[in-house]
Design a binder for this molecule. Structure first.
Ligand SMILES: [Zn+2]
Length: 256
């Protein structure tokens, strides 16, 4: 590839060796990529604070073609999403969004719609005042963009039409299951009729409408159904969900 330039969001970072930093980006032109920022952990590094989690920037990198790790030449901040890092609740939900992107996508598999959703999701977490809802809207659309849209019109086992009582979400079957089919399924969890309706609404409404539509008391159920779906796709529980649960436990009466 040689020298390349793309907009990208920092979705993961860790120290490498004495002073370098290994950074994972989700980029507009190349999807998920990993790069090494040489000397980024030194004081007065030329990267400054640009390589913080969630930062959106213009990335210039060099691909030698010899390794999966690219050489990060420049990363100029376009939007730092710093308010996301100022508040634990916002931080938790934004972390769930980037974890979904980091773990549900393959290396260098460009997906423009998912990139757009990622930026939109982070913006909503930062500004909407309802970070849980923003993460929910991202999750519903993100799963769909990646080709895992659950069927909500029939039981995926016996094909009887929904609505039926005691609906479940069959995570491997890719949609709703009736009680009898759910018993045969490898991973199915109960879902209320109200949550099925809300899930359907969230994916058909426009982004702004989905952020604002009333979902009385349904957000916790939707969030756990969605997280179970994502966890099943990843093959293990998401790390962030546990953090968000702990956060709720430590702030009784606080925002979900
Ligand atoms: Zn059935």
């Amino acid at each position: 590839m040689g020298l390349e330039k793309t907009q990208a969001v920092v979705i993961g970072r860790r120290g490498l060796g004495e002073s370098d930093r290994l950074v994972t980006f989700y980029s507009r032109r190349f999807g998920k990529i990993h790069g090494v920022a040489r000397a980024a952990r030194r004081p007065r590094s030329r990267f400054g604070g640009a390589l913080e989690l969630f930062t959106l920037g213009e990335l210039v990198f060099f691909d030698t073609g010899k390794s999966d790790l690219l050489r990060i030449d420049h990363f100029d901040i376009v939007h730092p999403f710093s308010r996301v890092r100022d508040d634990l609740d916002r931080f938790g939900h934004a972390s769930w969004i980037v974890e979904c992107v980091a773990r549900l996508t393959a290396e260098q598999d460009r997906h423009r719609a998912l990139y757009g959703l990622l930026v939109r999701g982070l913006r909503a977490v930062e500004t909407s005042g309802r970070p849980a809802r923003a993460a929910l809207c991202f999750g519903v659309r993100g799963v769909e963009a990646l080709g895992h849209r659950p069927r909500l019109d029939v039981c995926v086992g016996c094909h009887r039409s929904y609505p039926f009582p005691q609906a479940h979400l069959d995570l491997d079957g890719g949609g709703l299951a009736c009680a009898a089919c759910a018993r045969e399924a490898s991973a199915a969890l109960p879902i209320s009729a109200a949550a099925v309706g809300a899930l359907d609404r969230l994916r058909t409404l426009s982004w702004d409408e989905a952020l604002a539509t009333p979902l009385p008391g349904l957000e916790p159920e939707l969030a756990s159904v969605l997280d179970a779906h994502v966890s099943r796709l990843i093959g293990q529980p998401t790390r962030t969900r546990r953090f968000l649960r702990e956060l709720r436990r430590l702030t009784p009466g606080g925002r979900p």
